[in-house]
Design a protein around this ligand. Structure first.
Ligand SMILES: Nc1ncnc2c1ncn2[C@@H]1O[C@H](COP(=O)(O)OP(=O)(O)OP(=O)(O)O)[C@@H](O)[C@H]1O
Ligand SMILES: Nc1nc2c(c(=O)[nH]1)N=C(CO)CN2
Length: 289
């Protein structure tokens, strides 16, 4: 479900040098920008903490930097860049940008000229799946199907039978990793993952204890890219803080994406390299390949 809350920042004005005509590049003129950001304000509404939302002052500064920055021919191009900047904030699910050019050289008297642009986020995500109660292989297949409602999957690993790591004595796990893109924010995706877990009878009792289905968000955004998302909070930490030490995550992930990368202690590392440092004997591809 798209976010229903909106932060509206209207009438940000600054002088820029955008335009096709020589005198526009030479003399400059005012540009006015409105930004409407679709988001979920319930966390900030409950916590009263700026860290749980997007500061409109930060967005306003980014808009002014674009208006005053590299001159562009078209207000369409200016709007596109502003939309891209706004969507780098993981809290924003979609954005509408209006760029007004009230002193545009139109040639006749006019009220305003503006472009209106709507953009939705599309972020790379990696989800790890695990199960060790019930028909785990079937559960993982069903969970991948359910995931398709929220993530456009580009690759799904083979399933792996894995020795349990941590927790009480418990049955072997079946693990897999799915890779794709989503229009959901990290928090909306986490809610969707919890919904799929509950749909499979998941309850949270013993830490690292047996479970019908566990879905972890391993990474959000492109590791090493401008949209890489790093969050540290009990409700959501990405990259997943234990993914780098778990062969039951890295081996399937590498199967789905041989070029996978993960940030560990601040450094971007190839998953292929991280795996070489781990004991992988407890991780066996189910179909034997
Ligand atoms: N990257 C993440 N992916 C999934 N859950 C996360 C993540 N970061 C924080 N959490 C939070 O962790 C809480 C506990 O999740 P869960 O019960 O799946 O933990 P676990 O599987 O027992 O342990 P682990 O996190 O080590 O796999 C969730 O309610 C969720 O809000
Ligand atoms: N092999 C294996 N061990 C685990 C797993 C898992 O998915 N596979 N999940 C855990 C908590 O999330 C704890 N231990």
């Amino acid at each position: 479900m798209p976010d229903r809350d909106v932060i509206e920042l209207l009438g940000v004005r600054a002088k820029g040098y955008h335009g096709v005509l020589d005198f526009e590049r030479r003399d400059g003129q005012d540009f006015v920008v409105d930004v409407l950001m679709g988001t979920d304000l319930s966390r900030a509404g409950a916590s009263d903490d700026l860290a749980d939302t997007v500061s409109y002052a930060e967005i306003a500064a980014a808009v002014v930097a674009r208006i005053e920055g590299e001159p562009l021919d078209l207000i369409e191009a200016l709007a596109e860049r502003i939309a891209g900047d706004v969507l780098l904030r993981p809290e924003i699910g979609d954005v509408e940008v209006v760029v007004h050019k009230p002193q545009a050289p139109v040639g006749v008297p006019f009220g305003d000229v503006r472009v209106r642009m709507r953009r939705t986020r599309r972020s790379a995500v990696v989800v790890a799946l695990g199960s060790n109660l019930g028909d785990s292989t079937q559960t993982l297949h069903d969970a991948v199907d359910a995931l398709r409602a929220h993530v456009d999957l580009t690759a799904v690993s083979r399933t792996y039978a894995t020795d349990p790591v941590g927790g009480p004595e418990q049955p072997d796990y079946v693990n897999a990793v799915a890779v794709g893109t989503t229009s959901l924010t990290p928090w909306a995706l986490l809610t969707a993952l919890h919904g799929i877990e509950s749909g499979h009878g998941r309850t949270r009792e013993v830490r690292w204890g047996p479970r019908t289905l566990d879905l972890d968000l391993v990474t959000y955004g492109t590791t090493g890219g401008a949209d890489e998302t790093r969050l540290v909070a009990p409700v959501l930490t990405v990259p997943h803080p234990r993914a780098h030490e778990r062969a039951f995550v890295l081996v399937p992930w590498l199967d789905a994406d041989p070029d996978a990368r993960l940030r560990v202690d601040g450094e971007v590392r190839a998953v292929a390299e991280l795996v070489t440092a781990l004991d992988t004997t407890g991780v066996r591809a189910v179909d034997g390949r």
